[in-house]
Design a protein. Structure first.
Length: 173
């Protein structure tokens, strides 16, 4: 860690976090959840919100892919995603579903404005973000895709989006 110039856990807790939350909407795979924890640690994101059937720590399959990030990334568990969305919005957080919709904005065109806190909702591996949840969001973001498949693995998708939104800003600090 020292050679990589990475902070230890104590120093990490003191570092400024990106104003970016992640909401997992009924994600089934514990390995995907663990991978999202690890990615959020990499980009110093604010908090992970685990909703519905999404597994939560402690869980051996989450730990397998999180590699300790469950200790560095704060998380909250909700019985449903709408509860998470309403809670975040009541605190002034702008909420975006990452989903292909008629009015979605291309991720490449999205910019995180200074002083704005956002939450990004990633959906179920088969069904995506529930339409009821999308209807409550402030907008939708979409990753351009050029192959025969219409979706990405949820953990891969989260990695792309978090790098695009917060990775560049972190390197400027």
């Amino acid at each position: 860690m020292e050679a990589l110039n990475r902070p230890n856990m104590e120093d990490f807790e003191k570092l400024e976090k990106q104003p970016v939350h992640v909401v997992l909407d009924n994600v089934r795979s514990a390995q995907n959840v663990g991978s999202v924890f690890r990615t959020m640690d990499a980009f110093r994101c604010a908090r992970l919100h685990l909703c519905g059937i999404t597994p939560a720590p402690p869980h051996k399959d989450i730990n397998k892919t999180a590699l300790g990030a469950t200790a560095s990334v704060p998380y909250k568990v909700y019985s449903n995603t709408i509860g998470a969305v309403k809670s975040l919005q009541s605190r002034g957080v702008q909420v975006y579903a990452v989903e292909q919709t008629k009015n979605s904005m291309n991720l490449a065109d999205f910019r995180l404005a200074d002083g704005v806190e956002i939450a990004l909702i990633f959906g179920n591996e088969v069904d995506g973000v529930d339409q009821i949840v999308i209807n409550e969001c402030d907008g939708t973001l979409e990753i351009s895709q050029f192959g025969t498949k219409h979706s990405l693995n949820v953990a891969v998708c989260a990695g792309i989006v978090l790098w695009q939104i917060s990775g560049i800003k972190l390197s400027e600090r």
